[in-house]
Ligand binder design. Structure first.
Ligand code: ATP
Ligand code: MG
Length: 726
């Protein structure tokens, strides 16, 4: 009977070892050179430290990919390595009889998914979940995988087919520069940081050619339009316009050289990502013609001028705020570019309309304070930008999405923000970490299930040792009837002035029973702690409810509906049929969807899709926070190993049988042992021996091996497939 054996060789084995072959000796003593260990589950013993050391040694040897059971760990090289991503290498992985025997690479994952999806017996949709912290290489990896599929799915036989495929694939690839120009920004952690989550579904027909794709985005960080942390920047597109516009365009968009915009910090920094031409070209390929592009850029220039509008409190509180002197030109230009009437624009920013009475027929007008005016100005910009982004995604989709009957299977790529923990965490981090908890649960469930099924087929007796189940944490965040999400939503629904302390108290008392809730006694601000699988995170409650409401004063939408600009007319239609669901629900006075409930719904939808696929995981790791090549900072990698749950992954893998050796390989490799080990009477057959087909030799060898070697190796098992230990 095969058993899991933990622990290490005892001293008594040492003598015997001297007689063993070199490769087995190395293997038993853990002396296999670390950089040759292609799978972290083979590191002996499996601890954070050994895993870290292995990754570091491999990194020094310019080996950036390592398997960790069913996960691929990708270290960011922070330097261009063209030969590692060449079309030739893509074809090599594609053509390999067993790509998993080649060096670990994202192309192995790419090829595996492609083979699974084209299986004639049972094609199953595939998904690749790419995670990791900001700057770790998620977007880079997803882009590279998209190129891989574009190369390998192109049929070399039919020229006509080739041309069509190329066009579609090129269009799909062209969605990247557009999405990145509008959705990425330079942050402290990454010069090209994605400020949204993305799931792209690559659609394949029966001939395994890519016929289209569909993009779904999550939680765009729209606040960035109007508010950027010091040393960070706005979305790339604003810089691209300001740097790349020609003389005519500068005149049309009122962007003279050297103009200063408060929403355009750090314009002096020149980034690779500032290339306006690339964005324009990609837009053209995706059916966004030049007049429409110019319309988009004109509206964006209007937003930049909007950001230069500043108010000062009026001495008389009953009067609206004053426009600061230098803001007068800005409001005029902004109105001109957004094709809005100037006076109503100014009035909407400065005066709040309050409706009262049963039918809401009484209307009061209340001048806003300076701070309120600023909030309304920012809100207007966020509203326009978020709608523009969604509209772009829908245009991209309409240009790349295949007809439902022209594709049969798909490969999904998920480029999702990793677990986040900052000194000040708010609703954004709660949503992001909630998503990561869901993905972790999906991962553990899938992996354990897959392993269990495999062991059942092998006829192995097995029970899993403890693994961290994050259900309690998810119950705390999203469970019913009461959870953090439900309490935040309820505060929004009650629409009462709620203080940060009140929310904390409610969470603490209503969810006191949760083992995953904690509080930071030292925190000066009202907060609560969630003990996530990747570590505890302290969330500040100040502003949570307001952020969750994400309120848009109806006057702002009504103002934008008055615009004569063709693009704004599309983004803010007056015809109720064309209105967004939020607006329609607002009209019928149904509960307005909160940020949390919208996010929860989209996350559930995503997980439903993921559950219908065979998932593959790529964990990207950033070897240092400076973005330098050849620099591996242990502490930084260590915290990411913990945060991305790799510890758990390896724990699960190590708790299972990490080494799978086919009988054939085992017999070939260790035949020598037969002479070295004492003969013992043969015991009953194990199911795997029955299947070996090489019975007499295998039996004679396997019994002593099982008795002696299994006690020296942590968790060596015999299985019917897989590689022998290297
Ligand atoms: P964010 O969460 O902020 O969007 P990310 O995980 O998507 O971060 P990327 O933008 O993909 O990070 O990568 C950051 C930078 O690291 C890239 O701009 C690129 O310069 C570099 N990089 C990432 N992966 C590789 C690679 N395999 N080879 C070379 N450079 C890479
Ligand atoms: Mg990214």
């Amino acid at each position: 009977m095969l058993q899991q054996v933990n622990g290490h060789s005892s001293g008594s084995d040492a003598q015997g070892r001297e007689c063993l072959g070199k490769d087995l000796q190395e293997f038993l003593s853990g002396e296999t050179p670390l950089h040759q260990l292609d799978d972290l589950t083979k590191v002996n013993p499996v601890t954070l430290e050994t895993v870290l050391r292995c990754l570091q040694v491999r990194y020094s040897a310019d080996t950036f990919y390592t398997n960790a059971g069913c996960t691929l760990v990708a270290l960011n090289p922070f330097k261009p390595i063209p030969q590692l991503y060449s079309p030739e290498l893509m074809r090599e992985y594609h053509a390999a009889p067993q790509p998993q025997k080649l060096k670990p690479h994202i192309f192995t994952v790419g090829e595996q998914t492609y083979r699974n999806v084209k299986s004639l017996i049972e094609p199953v949709n595939q998904s690749v979940i790419v995670s990791g912290e900001s700057g770790a290489g998620k977007t880079w990896t997803s882009r590279c995988l998209m190129k891989f599929y574009a190369v390998v799915t192109t049929s070399p036989t039919s020229w006509e087919g080739h041309k069509i495929a190329e066009r579609i694939e090129q269009r799909i690839l062209n969605s990247n520069p557009i999405m990145e120009a509008f959705g990425n920004a330079c942050t402290l952690r990454n010069n090209n940081s994605s400020r949204f989550g993305k799931f792209i579904q690559l659609q394949l027909n029966r001939a395994q050619q890519m016929t289209g794709a569909a993009v779904q985005t999550y939680l765009l960080e729209k606040t960035r339009v109007a508010c950027q942390a010091s040393s960070e920047r706005n979305f790339h597109i604003f810089y691209q316009i300001c740097k790349g516009a020609n003389m005519d365009e500068r005149l049309q968009w009122h962007l003279p050289e050297g103009a200063v915009f408060s929403w355009l910090p750090n314009p002096e920094r020149t980034l690779e990502e500032d290339c306006f031409e690339v964005t324009r070209e990609a837009m053209l390929h995706l059916g966004i013609d030049t007049p429409t592009q110019n319309n988009i850029f004109k509206v964006l220039a209007g937003l930049l001028h909007l950001g230069n509008i500043w108010f000062a409190d009026s001495e008389d509180e009953s009067q609206p705020c004053q426009l600061m002197d230098n803001a007068k030109g800005s409001i005029r230009t902004s109105a001109l570019l957004l094709l809005l009437p100037e006076e109503p624009l100014l009035e909407t920013l400065r005066i709040r309309t309050i409706r009262a009475g049963k039918q809401q027929q009484q209307v009061f007008r209340k001048p806003c304070s300076q701070a309120e005016c600023d909030t309304r100005r920012d809100c207007l910009a966020k509203l326009i930008y978020a709608r523009l982004f969604d509209w772009l995604v829908s245009v991209i989709n309409s240009n790349i999405c295949a007809d439902p009957d022209s594709w049969t299977t798909f490969i999904g790529l998920l480029d999702v923000y990793g677990f986040e923990s900052f000194p000040d965490n708010s609703l954004e981090q709660l949503c992001i970490n909630y998503a990561n908890e869901k993905l972790q649960q999906h991962f553990v469930a899938h992996y354990l299930k897959a392993q269990q099924e495999e062991y059942a087929v092998e006829g192995l007796e097995w029970s899993f040792v403890n693994y961290q189940d994050n259900q309690a944490c998810l119950d705390l965040i999203e469970g019913s009837p009461i959870s953090i999400c439900s309490l935040i939503n309820e505060e929004c629904r009650l629409n009462r002035p709620s203080s940060a302390t009140q929310l904390r108290t409610r969470i603490e008392s209503a969810l006191a029973g949760s083992p995953c809730l904690g509080h930071d006694k030292l925190s000066r601000e009202p907060s609560f702690i969630v003990k996530h699988y990747a570590g505890p995170v302290c969330y500040h409650t100040a502003g949570l409810v307001e952020k969750n409401k994400d309120p848009v004063p109806p006057e702002l939408t009504q103002l934008l509906q008055q615009s004569q600009d063709p693009l704004l007319k599309v983004l803010f239609p007056t015809d109720p049929e064309e209105k967004s669901p939020e607006e329609r629900s607002g009209q019928s006075r149904a509960p307005v969807l909160t940020v949390v409930s919208k996010f929860k719904a989209s996350l559930e939808q995503l997980l439903q899709v993921l559950h219908s696929t065979t998932p593959h995981y790529i964990r990207c790791i950033k070897p240092n926070s400076q973005g330098q090549a050849q620099t591996f900072i242990q502490e930084e990698v260590l915290s990411q190993l913990e945060a991305c749950g790799l510890v758990e992954t390896i724990h699960i893998s190590a708790a299972g049988f990490p080494t799978r050796v086919s009988h054939q390989n085992f017999v070939e490799r260790y035949a020598l042992l037969r002479r070295l080990l004492p003969r013992v009477p043969l015991g009953p057959h194990s199911p795997s021996e029955e299947r070996s087909g090489s019975s007499p030799l295998a039996e004679a060898m396997l019994q002593p091996l099982l008795r002696d070697i299994l006690h020296t190796l942590p968790a060596l098992t015999l299985a019917t497939s897989g590689d022998p230990p290297e």
